[in-house]
Design a binder for this molecule. Sequence first.
Ligand code: GAF
Length: 358
Amino acid sequence: MTRWAAPGRVNLIGEHTDYNDGFVLPLALAQRTVVTVEPAERSVVRSSREDDPVTFAAATVAPGDVTGWAAYVAGVFWAFRAAGHAVPDLDLHVDGDVPVGAGLSSSASLECAVAVALAELGGLDLGRTELARLARRAENEFVGAPTGGMDQMAAMHGAAGRLVFLDTRTDAVELVPFPLAEHGLALLVVDTRAPHQLVDGQYGQRRADCAEAAEQLGVPALRDATLDAVERLTDERLRRRARHVVSEDARVLEVVDRLTAGADPRGIGPLLSASHASMRDDFAITVPHVDVAQDVMERAGAHGARMTGGGFGGCVIGLVEAADVDRVSGAVAAAYAERGWTAPVAFTAVASGGAGPA
Ligand code: GAF
């Protein structure tokens, strides 16, 4: 029996830039998905969070054969095979503490835990970026979610005390110091537990808008566009979508410059808040639960705050004085209680290592 684990992530900044060949800056969380693995005649996957086990044949499983939560596991088997790597049948048990459905990439953490297990058991020396690509392929082509590659790269390349600065055009990774504790700071994460909105297809629509804007601008991807050119787009919706992506790339680069130069992390706060305003006003992916949490965090003294992840719910992060964590999260809880909303859940993010043996 062996155990493998991979972390969830929060993205510090760089939202909806990963499918525009742009820049992202996530960190891997201490919370991880753990997969316990044993050899088997036919693959079976169980989860402590699910009632029924799911079976499949490692040698033949194909897109459409497995749906629901187990598709994130079976999809990785398929992606390995599609890339020419043999995979054995396994008995897998899934456990862990990455909140599910909170926008913290529990699905990418599951894919990446399975990917490191298959690579190690198969004696395959694939490298972390290739494993992240296989995990993403499972998500895109087996599960059918048209995501970019940020979440899997964060889960594979995360490191203690570091942000994962990823250029999604080249998959080049640079680890950037994020010395919060030394500066008396903390990264507060508030899971808004926002009720699920009718978002089916919204992510794909944003992708399509970005592709259309790039086409109209005559550039390979929005990463190559300038803000001046974007302002000349005649369609208002496309102009707003493109403005978010192009300005967000610039914000990521500025955050990286500041942190790499060893500046006080408090200085990145306004960039985090500007990112939120851009997601709210131009990219239109926030919801009231998220906007209220972000606003209350800022008013309660956060140096900056923003929604993290794909949008339409999920988590809001705030850069706060370590001494203020309870007060700021308490202010959000009070604002939710006043509105009769389900209580949010708060924790502080600790930048941690990537996927590996558990
Ligand atoms: C989701 C996707 F999976 C990522 O690829 C990324 O696009 C993110 O939304 C938005 O930045 O997490």
